[in-house]
Design a protein around this ligand. Structure first.
Ligand SMILES: Nc1ncnc2c1ncn2[C@@H]1O[C@H](COP(=O)(O)OP(=O)(O)OP(=O)(O)O)[C@@H](O)[C@H]1O
Length: 594
């Protein structure tokens, strides 16, 4: 392997035709560097012909939007997307018809194929599955079955695939264990209807490219360059596909930070990034931290103890103490304390409160955590599906992602092959693909106005007003008659449904999980910890652990702060306070009392 070369975030690679790996810590300017590199390739690469394109792969859709914005006018020859979108458009959609079973039947109903979706095990699908694998009808615990089926993933083991839940214990339902051989039936039920899940995109792509290497040649010719950001969170299947492309002729560049690998639960491993190697690959490193003040950089370097990369702070003029707040009172008090400290430091730009999980986000938001969507799905799956899409779209608008909101609605205006809208719309209503967009925009405008006027609408009233509105546009929803849905909808408020929607990604919210703050930065950060063991992991980090992502998740959280970092936690004993003091985390309450 080659020696690692240190570059700056403005550094240029001269040999554009060599594979490379860039390792850099948080705030090093990886994204900044990548944008500069793409511009360099567009202007100077010798093998970039009139029909060539650059594939730029980001980890999230929000990352792709941000990258497009920052590339500005240079985007017309660059395809920026997540790996799932890239493989769906270039491999699955055009070629999945080639995959057949032992009877020469197509595995996926290609006529109905229309995008890829999150794996949600609806009551209907669980019922069908239990019927198919008839030895399972005696299992009544639908929630546990749902949990098992929704956590299914394709695991690549020595060149062959096994479909299994991400956590093995999830196969146990009460006293019974779900057999691994019964699991593919669940997938086949979806594929028969042209419905594929995000994880299936990787599985199908691998299968297609393995069997038809000609498609790899075609892809390599179209994309002589492929750059992948946040590669530390790539799964082994993706890494394998990327290596195939590299061996076929595409110049591969991967960028990432092993210390920020936080998707172990989805099969990513920091070691895979460290070991990733293609022949003649350059190894580069950016050692500066341009984001955070000196004391924050000192603390995150402490978390990186034992790692070869220690960052140098370039922002010497920012040196606020890292502070700790013990939460003895209620949440509101702690947050007020954080804002008071920001005020004292005259920091009035953006801030974010980060938590380990979604439930803590809800507690801080003072939202009651309920199973309202599961209850809804058990009562009326079709209405649940549409309403969930609409309320997700509303939340996306609040997160400044209007285009994504419209797409979310279009995806759920489901039609059959003849363009007839499916339930909860009434029968025999035709809509063209072009009119779907118009209807989605109208519906979005309507729901935003309606909900902004009152969050205290019942689901019943909201649904009926929506129906009145869509009728005026020429499309009727099913009327609400005396039914379980009627009883349910009269007792549920739109606010409760909205509060229990979890967006997979967020761009602007002030209270988020750490995973949803990946890649982001804020002037001030409050890391809100509810478990003392997390404080201990900051004191004695295990950044290289293969067993757990905990230290790395905390590392990602602490490294989001530019000028002020504050950690809130349960009350501390005197020993632990001394240990925090030793790594320069100051106890603010004591400072205030003195
Ligand atoms: N050469 C540069 N000149 C000026 N500012 C820079 C430069 N490189 C990076 N920055 C700034 O430093 C900050 C961090 O950069 P960036 O977001 O690209 O870091 P990153 O390495 O992707 O971080 P992370 O791994 O935490 O996501 C940003 O505010 C960016 O604008």
């Amino acid at each position: 392997m080659n020696k690692r070369i240190t570059i700056s975030s403005d550094g240029k690679i001269l040999d554009l035709n060599r594979h490379f790996k860039v390792i850099a810590g948080p705030g090093a300017g990886k994204t900044h560097w990548l944008i500069g590199h793409i511009k360099n390739v567009l202007q100077n690469a010798s093998n970039f012909t009139a029909n060539s394109r650059i594939a730029c792969i980001t980890y999230t859709a929000v990352g792709a939007e941000e990258m497009s914005k920052r590339l500005g006018a240079n985007t017309d020859r660059v395809d920026i997307s997540t790996i799932h979108s890239f493989l769906y458009i270039n491999v699955v959609k055009p070629y999945v018809h080639l995959l057949v079973d032992e009877n020469n039947e197509r595995i996926v109903n290609v006529e109905k194929l229309d995008g890829h979706f999150e794996n949600i095990a609806t009551g209907g699908k669980i019922f069908q599955w239990q019927k198919e694998v008839n030895n399972l009808q005696y299992i009544n615990n639908k929630e546990e079955i749902k949990e098992c089926l929704e956590s299914l993933d394709w695991i690549l083991e020595e060149g062959s695939f096994i479909l299994k839940p991400r956590k093995d214990y999830k196969r146990r339902v009460g006293n019974y264990s779900i057999k691994v051989e019964d699991l593919p039936v669940y997938k086949q039920l979806h594929w028969n209807e042209g419905m594929i899940h995000h994880e299936d995109v990787l599985y199908f792509s691998y299968k297609i490219l393995e069997k038809y290497p000609m498609i790899l040649e075609h892809l390599s010719a179209k994309y002589p360059f492929m750059f992948i950001d946040e590669f530390q969170d790539t799964s082994p299947i993706q890494a394998e596909i990327v290596k195939w492309l590299g061996s076929t002729g595409t110049v591969i560049g991967v960028i990432g930070d092993p210390a920020q690998s936080i998707y172990r639960f989805q099969g990513a491993s920091r070691q895979d990034f460290i070991d990733f190697y293609l022949p003649n690959q350059m190894e580069l490193e950016i050692e500066n931290n341009r984001r955070s003040g000196t004391k924050i950089v000192n603390l995150i370097n402490h978390l990186r103890t034992g790692d070869s990369l220690i960052q140098k702070c370039t922002r010497k003029n920012s040196a606020n103490e890292v502070q700790i707040i013990e939460c003895t009172g209620d949440v509101k008090q702690t947050i007020k304390h954080f804002h008071d400290l920001r005020g004292e430091l005259r920091l009035n730009k953006d801030y974010c409160i980060l938590t380990r999980n979604n439930n803590t986000v809800k507690i801080i938001n003072e939202v009651e955590v309920t199973e309202v969507w599961s209850d809804f799905s058990g009562i009326d799956e079709d209405r649940e599906r549409l309403l969930k899409a609409l309320l997700t779209a509303y939340r996306l608008v609040k997160d400044n992602r209007n285009d994504v909101a419209i797409k979310e609605i279009i995806r759920h205006l489901k039609t059959n092959r003849k363009g007839i809208l499916k339930a909860p719309f009434q029968k025999d209503q035709y809509i063209s693909e072009i009119s779907k967009r118009g209807l989605a925009v109208d519906i979005l405008e309507f729901i935003v106005t309606e909900i902004n006027q009152s969050l205290n609408l019942t689901l019943y009233n909201f649904y009926n007003s929506l129906n009145d509105f869509t009728k005026k546009k020429g499309f009727s929803l099913k009327n609400v008659i005396k039914s379980r849905f009627k009883d349910f909808s009269e007792t549920i408020l739109i606010s409760e449904l909205l509060n229990n929607i979890i967006l997979p990604e967020e761009r602007t919210s002030k209270i988020r999980t750490i995973h949803k703050a990946k890649g982001a930065e804020f002037e001030s950060v409050l890391l809100y910890l509810t478990d003392l063991s997390d404080v201990e992991k900051i004191i004695k980090p295990q950044i290289e652990s293969e067993k757990s992502d905990d230290s790395r998740i905390l590392y990602v959280a602490l490294s989001r702060a530019e000028d002020f970092l504050c950690i809130a936690c349960p009350p501390l004993g005197s020993e632990i306070k001394k240990e925090l003091d030793a790594i320069n985390i100051v106890d603010t309450l004591n400072i205030h009392i003195n």
